[in-house]
Design a protein around this ligand. Structure first.
Ligand code: ARG
Length: 579
């Protein structure tokens, strides 16, 4: 296993420098494979040891590296130790590298690969609330909601695979003036039948119509205000219509999320916290934190000097609460209910300020756990359109991805053999969306382009799926070669060593992902793996090779397939076996 070597080297360092080996586990990094023959597998930059106070921070760094390298003894596992440009390099015995790395894949321990690494022993595990998707009822489901959905799902998957108890939460925009309008306009523009048949679409239509009407019709405006007042006062008729809208919407969303491979443990929403929001205001008042602004609104002063140069508005002048007030209430409520150790919010970056204020107000109220709340912001997507125009519903995007992919799969032989080419097209189309979205830093904006994301070659989700399908079919055709043992000495050529050196980095890459919650590390890791596998397909044929060679290569390919599949699942992609 990857961590076997890491630990071995760390122990060596610990003994030589009389430190606990833990100090070195994280400082060691696996060296990315390169085209030319690699002379080492792990490296340790002396600068890290200086920074951690393990080595004195003065003197020549290369000399320090040489001195330390000379102190460390080589053995039958760590074959070579050398100093190079201020770092110490470690080369693992080649046979052992092959043996240990591929061992777990014959024992049905595939799923744990990389995750049981020593690297994760210092990570605190606990309950993580991940809040994502969070669309607004009757309004558009825009590209930002799609991003939130897939990014949040990735974060939840990652946290879960690292052993956390994850609560997946959808916080619906299910309260506010839009329901006044909807309630008031439904009688005029709505239709129960249409609502049942196509709820999201119908609610949206009604909403658009009422809005138009209310622009010039004072009676409609008043009716909307009146309906919302009734809702706030919990009048049963108004409430039951609202409830119907909400229930029907959730049911419909559940269905679409399922197509995306996403689910939620809890559908919460702004409506849940309207009463608590008023309590929050009272608490702020009692704590002396609520100030009155010149405009008559209720604010919390967040300025460092207490001069109201930066405030968070929590109460309108008519004493109704706001989006942020409900968020404060919601956070406190979640803490009480779930006792979370950390909470992660996923929205576009335009809400960064909102979340900074939210955490600051919580802190000011004495909720020190607010420093374990985190906002993961992402950039905007431009130009996500379907053939019929602008994207309004999530379903449109999924339909479009499926249709286009189906078209690309065309009349190929494998497509014809498929029981359900539509399903495959959908799964692969969704992978394309996800990979495109996850390739760069989340904060960046990007331009959406269907043709580019659906390419079978190049760094796309289609390429990941294609590689997985090819590996699966190779493994299936050669099932007979699966064996409990294999001969590592036939996997010493550069092509296979390169794959193994790449796999050696899996734990590290996941560790970094868990720190910064960016999916790009994993996406790029898997894409690279697929490129390496493509070379291996050419250079390491299974068919026609002597039995023991074929068996060993089979093991190598099954390791690659397994890591690829589990990585894809963390990204939120369902690997296909055929395409
Ligand atoms: N419904 C909001 C929107 O569409 C996103 C909610 C984000 N979560 C939160 N706790 N405020 O913009």
């Amino acid at each position: 296993m990857a961590c076997f070597f890491r630990k071995r080297i760390a122990t060596k360092l610990g003994e030589a420098l009389q430190q606990s080996e833990d100090a070195f586990i994280q400082a060691l990094t696996a060296i990315p494979p390169s085209k030319k023959q690699q002379t080492a597998d792990f490296k340790l930059p002396v600068s890290t040891l200086r920074m951690n106070g393990i080595l004195p921070s003065s003197g020549d760094i290369q000399l320090q590296a040489e001195h330390l390298a000379a102190q460390l003894k080589q053995d039958n596992v760590v074959e070579q130790i050398s100093a190079d440009r201020g770092a110490i390099n470690f080369k693992i015995n080649r046979r052992l590298l092959v043996q240990k790395l591929l061992e777990p894949f014959g024992k049905g321990e595939d799923e744990k690969f990389g995750l049981s690494s020593e690297l994760f022993h210092t990570l605190k595990r606990g309950t993580t609330v991940v809040e994502y998707s969070s669309p607004n009822i009757a309004k558009k489901f825009h590209a930002g909601h799609l991003r939130s959905t897939i990014i949040g799902n990735f974060i939840a998957n990652l946290k879960q695979s690292l052993g956390n108890n994850v609560i997946r939460m959808n916080y619906l925009g299910d309260w506010g003036m839009q329901f006044g309008l909807l309630g008031a306009g439904f009688g005029q523009f709505g239709c129960q039948e249409k609502l049942k048949k196509n709820p999201l679409q119908h609610l949206f239509e009604v909403y658009v119509q009422v809005n138009k009407e209310a622009e010039h019709n004072e009676v409609m405006k008043e009716a909307a205000r009146d309906f919302f007042r009734q809702l706030e006062q919990h009048e049963s008729q108004a409430l039951s219509l609202w409830q119907q809208f909400r229930e029907i919407t959730v049911k419909e969303y559940q269905h679409v999320y399922k197509r995306l491979g996403v689910h939620f443990d809890i559908y919460s929403g702004e409506s849940f916290h309207q009463n608590q929001a008023q309590e929050v205001v009272q608490q702020l008042q009692r704590g002396g934190l609520l100030k009155k602004s010149e405009k008559g609104t209720g604010v919390v002063d967040l300025s460092p000097d207490g001069d109201m140069s930066s405030v968070c508005t929590v109460l309108r002048s008519d004493c109704t609460t706001l989006y942020i007030t409900r968020d404060i209430a919601a956070a406190i409520d979640r803490k009480e209910k779930y006792q979370f150790d950390e909470m992660i919010y996923v929205t576009d970056k335009s809400q960064s300020n909102h979340f900074q204020q939210l955490f600051q107000v919580l802190m000011a109220m004495g909720h020190s756990w607010a420093d374990r709340c985190r906002h993961v912001p992402f950039g905007l997507v431009q130009g996500m359109k379907t053939r019929t125009g602008e994207v309004v519903f999530l379903e449109d995007v999924l339909d479009e991805a499926r249709a286009r992919m189906l078209h690309n799969m065309g009349q190929s032989k494998t497509t014809k053999e498929m029981e359900n080419p539509e399903d495959t097209a959908e799964t692969v189309g969704i992978s394309a969306l996800i990979v495109q979205d996850f390739k760069g830093p989340l904060q960046s904006d990007y331009k959406f382009d269907w043709d580019r994301i659906l390419q079978a070659q190049g760094d796309t989700g289609v390429f990941l799926q294609y590689t997985h399908a090819r590996l699966s079919s190779l493994l299936q055709r050669n099932e007979g070669l699966e064996a409990a043992t294999f001969d590592p000495s036939v996997l010493l050529e550069q092509t296979s060593i390169t794959i193994l050196q790449h796999l050696l980095r899996y734990d590290e890459m996941l560790y970094q992902s868990a720190q910064d919650l960016q999916p790009k590390h994993l996406v790029n890791f898997l894409l690279k793996l697929c490129h390496l596998v493509a070379s291996a397909h050419r250079e390491l044929p299974v068919k026609g090779s002597p039995q023991h060679v074929a068996q060993a290569r089979f093991r190598l390919f099954s390791a690659a397939c397994s890591v690829l599949a589990s990585g894809m699942r963390i990204l939120g992609i369902t690997p296909v076996d055929k395409m």
